[in-house]
Write a protein that binds this ligand. Structure first.
Ligand code: NAD
Length: 278
């Protein structure tokens, strides 16, 4: 079963219930070759958007774009390290050349590195902040130039429950995810005059490759079993002991992208099975 069928088969689109809420919108999704970003790209496409899969991994970016639209007319894979200014500028130029406009940016690319602060390697700290924060800034700046000309746009940052509260072992991640909330608020204020909205999605734990890698690492650091990490760390604060799914996050992204007015801007939306009630 190919990627597209695999996702379509258990999604509302398979039963024809999608509403084309993003018809012909052009969306750039960073980190869209895997996990949450990939599902957002797929669901945006099902809702009628033209999607750009921007990712550090060029092969996976092109494969994902090809699986969404083999003709290449409604999807584009772009190799992009979001922490590299030149690559971001070149990638965004390519988007405008190919699709002529940009309506939605989902700043989603991210990594996780866990260690206690006293042992945290400085180079790893800087790398994580560069991907999460420099990446969000660089893609936002490039997107806004185009959105301001169009007088419309929606920017969505992939935060986390860790945009709201802390966790041991995750100093740069928690710092970066809190930082995205500040950036979104500034973009909401500056962008309002140009019809640009900015919001943050804050998911609980989702079983993507990022989290699968983290489970054994946290078990090692905390001296507990992997099952205990899942039950007593990752899902402890949820109301029902469930993981959030990529579909849960993608549905929220569609909603935020499609919202028609400035009424919903500068906000954080927590999607976490009740973990962190605001
Ligand atoms: P993932 O590892 O499945 O996907 C991350 C993608 O980002 C990969 O395709 C990777 O190649 C890409 N990437 C990494 N560095 C990059 C760079 N410098 N430039 C461009 N692309 C880069 O992870 P995921 O779980 O889908 O995470 C996506 C986002 O969601 C991240 O920002 C993460 O912090 C956030 N998030 C994840 C969870 C979770 O539990 N999985 C929870 C809350 C928030």
């Amino acid at each position: 079963m190919n990627l597209r069928n695999e996702v379509l088969s258990d999604s509302p689109a398979a039963s024809g219930s999608r509403q084309s809420r993003l018809r012909d919108k052009v969306a750039v999704i960073t980190g869209a070759a895997s996990g949450i970003g990939k599902e957002i790209a797929l669901m945006f496409a099902q809702e009628g958007a033209k999607v750009v899969i921007a990712d550090l991994d060029p092969k996976a970016a092109h494969e994902t774009a090809g699986a969404i639209d083999p003709t290449g007319q409604r999807s584009l894979g772009v190799a992009m390290d979001v922490s590299d200014e030149e690559q971001v500028e070149a990638g965004m130029r390519q988007v405008i050349e190919v699709f002529g406009r940009l309506d939605i940016l989902v700043s989603n690319a991210g990594v996780q590195i866990v260690a206690p602060i006293v042992e945290f390697d400085f180079a790893k700290w800087k790398k994580l902040l560069a991907i999460h924060l420099d990446g969000a800034f660089l893609t936002t700046r490039a997107a806004l130039r185009q959105m301001y000309q169009q007088k419309t746009g929606s920017i969505i940052y992939m935060g986390s429950v860790h945009s709201k509260e802390a966790s041991p072992l995750k100093a740069p991640y928690v710092t970066a995810k809190h930082g995205l909330v500040g950036l979104a608020k500034v973009v909401a204020k500056e962008g309002a005059a140009y019809g640009v909205r900015a919001n943050v999605i804050c998911p609980g734990f989702v079983r993507t490759p990022l989290v699968e890698k983290q489970i054994p690492e946290q078990a090692r650091e905390l001296g507990i079993s992997e099952a205990e990490v899942v039950k007593n760390v990752m899902l402890k604060e949820t109301v029902d002991g469930e993981f959030t799914t990529v579909q849960d996050v993608a549905e929220t992204a569609v909603f935020l992208a499609a919202f028609p007015s400035n009424a919903l801007t500068g906000q954080t939306v927590v999607v976490s099975h009740g973990w962190f009630m605001q």
